[in-house]
Design a protein around this ligand. Structure first.
Ligand code: C5P
Ligand code: C5P
Ligand code: C5P
Ligand code: ZN
Length: 470
């Protein structure tokens, strides 16, 4: 059966044991959808285990952040969705007895070890595609269960984290993630289905749902408001209710089937390649305990909502939404979401207009201050494969972080990873060569480098990617 291996569960037990021994715990997590859900899973499990804790978020763990953490009164720190990649930074503070780290992460570990280290990569599980930070936190949460506590409901948040880190492939979540899905379904909080995978199934009126779907471009519908309305109006379906367009969730199974067939016929007639058409349908996840028609009901809408908070210094809002404090937090999150979506769409448009500079083995663009450094990676990922930006070479995206520092995000593809690409190594080595630091996953990674060293960095990254793929 898919799921974490016994060795990983044993490590989780040891971590749980260590947390129970602590008087109180500082829970530190990463500022994206996976980091927020990781924190929410861990926070709920700590609370149910009656272990006092406080939560803090950081953009990236570096020496400055770790020193801040070390300066607190806490002698036990639970890191979720980061920590492994910066073990070499954390370890000296542990040796100095400043705190004991407990780590639930899925990033490529740095060259150091620690006792309470829960990471799928240490157990033969792929951290880029088979278990996320929220998944690692979930494994820990199961180990933290006490008499009468069942933490399987937290599988819902773990799945949001995995999808937020783009671990969902065409056939759905797999590996250890599939085990978590099974537990969520058994606990009655999750539903898995085969459905149209366009973004906005819960919240978007049908014309916007089709118009804005950009992953698969259908001429005359995608990015074409009138075209989308015409396409829907030509169907023999009653798609309005009291004058308002219905949403995908409002449709019956039969209505959905009719719409999907018509959409596919149109795509075929417009010459959309067969593999792109097939990718319109895939595995989707629904959080059954959430209210229908809200962003929270659909796992991918939920994860975008969370990125819209945490990547804009409002992790507190995203965490509150995850923890079920919906009143004010959900409204704030929705406002942030509108802003995030506008930024993504403007950023994407800018990249498409500018294009990339293509080197032998990588391509890159420098967004300067036009794209926020916290979302430049998402934009880079959305840009490849569209508007003349090829998928054949990994993309490096620069954005200004401060007067002295530049953020770099790198995105590859699973095809390139199968050929030997490992962006976490590329980003770590190339950044260290120019006085910065970085890491991440084989398919997606990032770094911070000193301003002015971009050209050297590109040359170094280009050389390393050439070696990996050569
Ligand atoms: O720090 P963290 O692990 O949460 O971030 C992973 C990042 O990698 C996310 O931004 C996710 O969108 C990206 N990713 C990707 N393509 C994949 C897997 C992950 O762009 N196939
Ligand atoms: O914002 P988030 O990190 O959840 O986006 C992850 C992926 O979801 C993007 O790379 C993109 O493929 C998809 N997405 C989209 N349209 C949006 C937002 C997200 O297709 N407006
Ligand atoms: O920020 P971005 O979405 O590009 O990050 C991609 C991946 O690289 C994430 O998993 C992130 O945690 C990792 N990363 C890192 N060190 C950095 C920047 C990003 O490990 N300095
Ligand atoms: Zn993650």
């Amino acid at each position: 059966m898919a799921g974490p291996v016994p060795e990983m569960e044993a490590r989780a037990e040891a971590c749980a044991e260590r947390l129970r021994e602590a008087d109180r715990v500082l829970l530190a997590s990463h500022i994206d959808a996976d980091g927020l859900t990781s924190a929410a899973v861990a926070a709920t499990a700590l609370e149910r285990a009656e272990i006092p804790f406080e939560t803090a978020f950081a953009k990236q763990l570096d020496e400055t952040e770790v020193r801040k953490i070390a300066a607190t009164e806490y002698d036990t720190v639970l890191f979720t969705d980061f920590g492994s990649g910066q073990l070499d930074v954390v370890a000296p503070h542990e040796e100095a007895d400043e705190f004991t780290p407990v780590i639930a992460d899925h990033h490529r570990p740095a060259d150091a070890e620690t006792e309470y280290h829960l990471n799928p990569l240490l157990f033969g599980i792929d951290g880029a595609s088979e278990l996320s930070g929220a998944g690692a936190s979930y494994v820990l949460a199961r180990a933290l269960e006490t008499e009468g506590v069942d933490n399987r409901d937290l599988a819902a948040l773990a799945v949001v984290g995995a999808v937020g880190d783009m671990q969902n492939s065409e056939g759905g979540l797999h590996g250890a993630n599939a085990g978590i899905v099974e537990e969520g379904v058994a606990a009655g909080v999750l539903e898995e289905a085969t459905d149209l995978v366009l973004y906005g199934r819960q919240t978007r009126p049908l014309p916007k749902f089709l118009e804005y779907a950009s992953d698969v471009r259908i001429p005359g519908i995608s990015n074409d408001a009138n075209g989308a309305v015409r396409f829907l109006s030509d169907l023999d379906l009653d798609l309005k209710e009291e004058g308002d367009w219905r949403r995908w969730v409002d449709l019956t199974m039969d209505e959905r089937k009719t719409l999907v067939s018509a959409l596919m016929r149109r795509a075929i007639a417009s010459g959309v390649p067969a593999d792109r058409i097939e990718s319109l349908v895939g595995t989707t996840y629904t959080l059954t305990a959430e209210e229908e028609g809200t962003e929270l009901r659909d796992v991918s809408e939920f994860s975008t909502l969370l990125n819209a908070t945490a990547r804009y210094e409002r992790a507190d809002v995203g965490l509150a939404v995850c923890l079920g404090n919906r009143d004010g937090a959900l409204e704030s999150a929705r406002t942030l979401l509108r802003n995030h979506r506008r930024n993504l769409s403007e950023g994407l448009q800018w990249v498409k207009n500018e294009g990339t500079t293509v080197e032998d083995h990588v391509q890159w663009f420098d967004a300067g201050t036009r794209i926020r450094e916290t979302i430049v990676g998402i934009v880079a990922g959305m840009a490849v494969g569209s508007g003349g930006i090829s998928r054949d070479k990994p993309i490096l995206a620069f954005a200004e972080k401060s007067d002295s520092e530049v953020k770099v995000s790198a995105r590859g593809s699973h095809v390139l990873v199968r050929e030997g690409l490992d962006l976490s190594a590329v980003m770590r080595e190339a950044s260290r060569a120019v006085g910065g630091d970085g890491g991440g996953h084989n398919v997606a990674a990032g770094a911070t480098i000193p301003k002015g060293r971009e050209d050297e960095f590109v040359a170094e990254a280009n050389r390393i990617v050439g070696d990996q793929l050569g």
